[in-house]
Design a protein around this ligand. Structure first.
Ligand code: IPE
Ligand code: IPE
Ligand code: MG
Length: 249
């Protein structure tokens, strides 16, 4: 079990290559990608993950062919409509982060509706990033800073969450997974991932299974997070005795 406070973020990449490998149109890969999202949300619930942020559409993805963009927008709308009921039943709160003003109105209203209906969900906070850019989010938050006023990291983090429609504070990312073998952030959660553990998996997103998430969490448990210190903040090291013990003996 993960701690209920833990935040897992996933860059769901490889839908197009999955389809191309089968001689199918890219749209088929995106449709299978939605099935992988459903599996992953269920698996996240089983592992007790507190927050799951999924990168569904980056602000740079508007540069794709209009047909593909339209198809993706249609899939979001359908997903949000069909998932709200399931989310209600399973205690999942759905939020969407990113810009709303460029989305088709039907998508924007499906988002509002899903957020409104699931707001009381407490088991898992599912955040879907649509028209999302980490740099734009930071810029928008910076524009909310009051001139002359002091801003702590904590306060800025709250501004960032508000600017992103996250409404509350966004927890830092503990584990960031990217599928499809690419090893880059592509403008995802730049501020929030300052100390995230990064995991790049070769699996293409439509093939991502509950067992992949389980294996990823297992790897994460084996990582030693030091946050700049020479041992983990609780004084433990993964191998052998705590560093503080060695120093004091
Ligand atoms: C990820 O898959 C989904 C989106 C970016 C919307 P891609 O569509 O990027 O798939 P590849 O990278 O072309 O295989
Ligand atoms: C990042 O994937 C965005 C999402 C997964 C939604 P891309 O496929 O768009 O990223 P690049 O272009 O390979 O960096
Ligand atoms: Mg891609």
């Amino acid at each position: 079990m993960m701690q209920s406070t833990s935040h897992v973020a996933i860059i769901m990449d490889g839908n197009g290559r999955w389809a191309e490998a089968r001689g199918l149109p890219r749209a088929a890969g995106h449709r299978e990608g939605v099935a992988a999202v459903r599996r992953t949300v269920e698996a996240a619930l089983n592992h007790g993950i507190g927050t799951l942020t999924l990168y569904a559409f980056s602000s740079d993805n508007w540069e794709r062919p209009p047909r593909e963009v339209q198809w993706l927008m249609r899939l979001f709308r359908e997903y949000l409509r069909s998932e709200a009921n399931r989310a209600l039943a399973t205690g999942v709160r759905i939020s969407v982060i990113g810009r709303r003003d460029r989305l088709p109105p039907a998508v924007a209203s499906a988002i509002q509706e899903a957020e409104r209906r699931t707001i009381d969900g407490t088991r898992l906070h599912l955040r879907v990033a649509v028209d999302y850019s980490g740099r734009d989010a930071i810029l928008r938050a910076a524009q909310c800073v009051v001139p002359g006023g002091p801003v702590t990291r904590e306060q800025f983090g709250r501004l960032l969450a508000i600017a992103d429609h996250g409404a509350t504070r966004t927890p830092d990312v503990d584990l960031l997974i990217r599928t499809s073998g690419e090893q880059r952030l592509s403008d995802f959660l730049l501020w929030e991932s300052a100390y995230a553990e990064l995991l790049f998996l070769p699996v293409l997103w439509p093939d991502f299974a509950a067992s992949d998430l389980a294996a990823a969490l297992q790897q994460f448990q084996g990582r030693q997070r030091r946050f700049g210190r020479i041992s983990a903040p609780d004084g433990t090291t993964r191998r052998g005795a705590a560093v503080s013990d060695a120093v004091s003996s």
